[in-house]
Design a protein around this ligand. Sequence first.
Ligand code: 6PG
Length: 237
Amino acid sequence: MAEPNIVILDDHEALAQHVAAWMEKLATATQDRFSIALSGGSTPKRLYQLLAEEPFRGNFPWLRTHIFFGDERFVPPDHVDSNFRMAREALLDHVPIPPAQIYPMPYGDDAQAAASAYEQILQTYHGSEVLDAARPLFDINLLGLGEDRHTASLFPGTPALEEAMAWVVPNMPQGMQPRITLTYPAISSSRHVAFLVEGSKKAGVLQRVLNGDRSCPAARVTAQGDLTWFIDKAAAA
Ligand code: 6PG
């Protein structure tokens, strides 16, 4: 994989504006279906809101866009902590994506069953049970960076980090809600991986990741295509 790209933006709004334009350019450069794995947390919310407003709302090829999730807190879809709820309120309720092209991570009694069900959804979309370097699963995979060095729901010291076959697994980070997450193989099967990192609180962990500290789960992310860090000046300090 080529060296990661690093793009530094002035602030939160400039980062969201830049990434929205970057996503629109990629989505409009093809006539094919276009798949995006959304990340959760707070950083991408402004990006999602921008994509739901003009000019992006009118320019983005929503009718051929498919929306997936990189991870999810294992809570009902209307729960305040749900990544799906955040994305629905900020973006999905406001753009003309056919509902059948929105794939929330399932919620139910059993996290493993939900993870397996989501893997089936991905494999049906992909048309194969085998990931193929020549045919990445996602066009864009959006990721964040936690202050504890995690990305998606790949937390330090958890079994999900070592999963080399499954595309989706449950994960139980200590002291947190159970999670469901894409694994490294699934995340890597992306034409474009984009980390969005902002704020001075992330500066320390970001430097460790960019220096290749492999104790940071985020440092172990690769991409079949390109990997770009979109960061604001506060995080880059
Ligand atoms: C989640 C996210 C997670 C997030 C980081 C950064 O479910 O919380 O997917 O991986 O990207 O925790 O979160 P912030 O953007 O809120 O700092």
